[in-house]
Design a binder for this molecule. Structure first.
Ligand code: GCU
Length: 690
């Protein structure tokens, strides 16, 4: 029989636990939590569920401190609860950033008390999940004295869901979670989704795809525009969103919408959407008023403008500043933000140079409540890319780092590919090693800056298509909250909460996760920085999964004499967009990091690398090494037979069977392609010669 959807990492002791410390019972069998705000409903419900799971019995929930108990858990703000007020340093709690919380074990009137407090109710929600994670991991609560606050103010998930069609762009887990047609009715699953997000500290959810119209499809089938995402701004649909927004609000999450720049014409009845036209200004302001009447804590608008067919200010001879600012002025009185995407490209021969060229000159001109949302790399979520040169070079603009949670180019949740190690590389990157630059992770501490993770889960029972892909949502949230966390810590937390504490399971799953990204990089790119050798698909939305290196020669530059693209001083000067220290490093093939070599340089096939191997031989070797690693991952997973529940064991095992077949196809296709162009045989004879 079909089982209900998965609990992901919120299993609470359903997985065979390590023996729990006795003090858990003392502190948690009784919960005294305030009841006022809606968030406290979420807190009490989660504690009931979590403690029940962990201790094997439901806690007592109190509205007064229990006098007969040996100890209890007290949850509330210092203002609201005397126990809390008496037990903590109130000033220290009040100075925590929004979302922050404090956990402390102490004594109160002869009772052992575990206090969970925060300056805001939202902080209590995050604190609740943090405490339950702490307990699930079997960590001690004796002498607990911990202050936590998010490093990044904004921690968004961007759904690319197409409302009304219930499809998801680049989603690999079935239909959209959100049934917009059925709103205002709410599905129970929305609560579980909000729980998953809040448990890792997410504070914003963008409900719909940045492609609010899909021009190719809409011109082929006009009925499609009836179902376009821009319609969500119509009054009848906005009204339906209030319940969903309230549900998310209980979990500290604000609701956002992607909007179409042409909305004044499409949704309204103006004949222009020119951002410098007063009527357009007024239309957006009135629309914002309407939205905030319905959803008082609405987060704001996300906009993809002048990119891949979406309308934008260029249609009106205006620029990105005019475009973003007109929306920003409308949202400002309500405390909302515009997230203006920097993923724009037009007719340029190399997409890499465009982002910086377009946005850097605009530094300092965006309104205070605009966040410019920049993808981690200059191309498009490739398995590995250099860091976008925009980071660190727009000091007077609030930036958001856009990462892709969904595995569009990394095996689409058929292949296991854990993105956390890749994101750590991005976050730790020093944007100006010899200047006064900062690491990427240090760029988002101001209000209005933060992270946007693209691609939420879908309606499939395991949420992400592949059970192991759940780790990307988990890891994204944890890093958005605290980018200093290291990969090993995040993996360990996720594995134990998801699969339990059996040391062999923990070690094996951890190894699988940590080797999964390197495997995908090797067989889909050859490991030297080549881009986009994926099949593009007939309609723009369908592939990026199968190998097809012939399709986009511009990306990898393969020819008879060599491979790679000169993005350096000899050519289009992309390397020179970086500060000098980085530009120099990238510009010289001798100092350019090997994993990015062919991104920056077109080199002869027989160019020698540090270890004496040639470029072409290294590409061959890496492709085959990727396949071997994929086989190793499969073997490791198979060794867990009987140690992981049958349902998840088999599902993942079968995904690995498919991954290995696909990895072989990739390696065969790429190595044949390299051979065709170079005519250089593989020294180990693995590549067939004609
Ligand atoms: C990629 C992706 C598209 C998406 C676009 C974007 O090109 O393939 O599906 O629309 O990025 O980020 O806007």
């Amino acid at each position: 029989a079909l089982e209900p959807y998965d609990d992901c990492w919120l299993r609470y002791g359903e997985v065979d636990g390590a023996s729990l410390p006795e003090s858990y019972r003392t502190y948690c069998a009784n919960v005294y939590a305030s009841v006022g705000a809606p968030e406290l409903g979420a807190v009490r419900e989660e504690l009931r569920r979590g403690i029940d799971g962990l201790l094997g019995r439901e806690p007592h929930l109190w509205q007064h401190p229990p006098r007969s108990a040996e100890g209890f858990l007290a949850v509330g703000t210092p203002d609201e609860m005397e126990v809390v007020h008496d037990s903590v340093a109130v000033d220290a709690v009040d100075s925590l950033a929004d979302g922050g919380f404090h956990l402390r074990t102490t004594e109160w009137e002869g009772c052992d008390v575990l206090v969970l407090t925060a300056p805001t109710d939202r902080g209590l929600v995050y604190g609740t999940f943090h405490l339950l994670r702490h307990l699930s991991l079997g960590r001690s609560v004796d002498d607990l004295d911990l202050f936590e606050e998010p490093a990044n103010a904004e921690r968004l998930v961007n759904h690319w869901d197409n409302p009304f069609r219930r499809s998801m762009e680049r989603g690999y887990a079935g239909q959209s979670l959100f049934d917009f047609e059925a709103l205002p009715n709410l599905d129970d699953r929305y609560v579980d989704y909000a729980r998953l997000l809040a448990s890792v500290g997410i504070n914003g959810v963008v409900l719909n795809n940045v492609n609010t119209e899909i021009p190719d499809r809409e011109s082929a089938n006009p009925a499609m525009s009836e179902l376009a995402g821009w319609r969500l701004l119509e009054s009848r649909y906005l009204e339906d969103l209030t319940g969903l927004a309230a549900l998310f609000r209980r979990y500290g999450i604000r609701t956002y919408l992607s909007v179409n720049f042409g909305a004044p014409e499409k949704v309204g009845d103006l004949e222009t959407s020119d951002p410098t036209d007063e009527r357009v200004e007024r239309w957006w302001a009135e629309k914002a008023d309407e939205v905030y009447d319905l959803i008082p804590d609405f987060g704001g608008f996300v906009v993809k403008a002048d990119s891949e067919g979406q309308p934008g200010p260029y249609n009106y001879d205006a620029d990105h500043v005019d475009g973003a600012n007109v929306l920003a002025r409308a949202l400002e009185p309500h405390g909302g933000r515009v997230w203006w995407r920097a993923f724009v490209y037009g007719s340029h021969s190399d997409r890499a140079v465009q982002q910086y060229e377009t946005f850097e000159p605009l530094d300092g001109e965006f309104h205070d409540n605009v966040t410019v949302q920049v993808k981690n790399g200059p191309i498009d979520f490739q398995p590995r890319e250099p860091i976008s040169p925009v980071f660190g070079q727009m000091p007077d603009t609030d930036l958001g780092l856009e990462l892709q949670i969904t595995g569009e180019y990394t095996g689409q949740h058929v292949h296991a590919c854990y993105h956390v190690p890749m994101w750590k590389e991005v976050l730790e990157f020093d944007t100006d090693p010899e200047g006064h630059g900062k690491r990427v992770k240090e760029l988002f501490s101001d209000p209005g800056t933060g992270l946007a993770g693209v691609g939420g889960p879908g309606a499939d029972p395991n949420w992400t298509g592949h059970y192991l892909a759940q780790a990307n949502l988990y890891g994204y949230g944890r890093l958005a909250w605290n980018p200093d966390l290291d990969t090993a810590t995040i993996t360990d937390e996720w594995v134990r909460q998801t699969f339990g504490h059996d040391p062999e399971v923990v070690e094996t799953v951890t190894d699988v996760m940590h080797d999964s990204w390197p495997a995908v990089v090797d067989y889909t790119t050859g490991g030297l920085g080549l881009m986009h050798m994926m099949y593009n698909g007939e309609a723009r939305l369908e592939n990026h999964y199968d190998p097809n290196p012939e399709e986009w020669p511009g990306y990898h530059g393969a020819s008879e004499d060599g491979i790679g693209v000169d993005r350096n001083a000899r050519a289009n000067g992309f390397a020179q967009q970086y500060p000098d220290a980085l530009a120099d490093r990238y510009d010289d093939p001798e100092t350019c990091p090997e994993e990015l070599l062919l991104f920056f340089h077109h080199l002869p096939w027989d160019h020698e690398l540090d270890d004496g191997r040639t470029v072409v031989q290294t590409l061959y070797d890496n492709c085959f090494a990727g396949v071997e690693l994929a086989e190793t991952l499969r073997e490791r997973w198979r060794s867990l037979d009987g140690r992981v529940d049958e349902r998840r064991f088999r599902h993942v095992a079968e995904r690995f069977d498919e991954q290995v077949v696909q990895a072989e196809r990739w390696a065969e296709t790429l190595t044949a392609f390299f051979y065709d162009h170079s005519g250089v045989p593989d020294e180990l004879g693995r590549v067939p010669r004609d």
